[in-house]
Design a binder for this molecule. Sequence first.
Ligand code: F6R
Length: 240
Amino acid sequence: MKILYYNSKEEGSKKASNIIIDNLKSNPKIVLGLATGSTPETLYKYIIEDSQKENLSFKNVVSFNLDEYVGLNESDEDQSYKFFMDNHLFKYIDINKNNTHFPIDFRDKEIKENYDEYDNLIKKSGGIDIQILGIGNNGHIAFNEPGSDINSKTRLINLTESTIKANSRFFTSISDVPKQAVSMGLGTINKSKKIILLAFGEAKREALERLIDAKSFDINWPCTSLFNHNDLTIITDIKL
Ligand code: F6R
């Protein structure tokens, strides 16, 4: 585990962008695992800027997003993670939309318990080369809430009250926040060849400390599933 401290989210995000751009240069067919939420917004801004400066193409890049909401109201479709990715990254780069993947289409009405086909598709694509992660205040990664199995695969998740509350800032009312999502599992994420976890702001301190101090997996802190990953870089502005 490598921990890189920066004074600000801006500086930390710039570093993360540099890592991704360098890897894209050496592997134009890179498979990226992508996160949404407020954490990676600045990273995506830098990826757009830096790749434009260097005239880099995403034409052959493949992406897999971590998660997607289930049961969004029609009026809240702009809160879908697909919408987020279009608006924060995809529409500014030349990625082929057919190469971008989400565990579920947010408009799907037929919801299943398990989405093994997503894990299989990731495997068929050669596995995730770099996975970008944020972290929840309660230690969730993707939407793997406390209680998630370390070997879990892509599946339907019931969001906890604390996650619904944290995400309500993006909705008119807390009752509009979806109660469920489909998320890559902890096992799926752990198979990524390289992981960059971004944690900015004091609210993430406890979760981050739990991960950094972990000697084994603690089911109450899903982030600890990464404790023995062999290529995990944490980028943070939290002084530890
Ligand atoms: C989003 C995701 C979530 C977020 C986490 C932190 O794709 O998987 O785990 O990374 O909830 O959210 P923010 O970045 O909004 O603090």
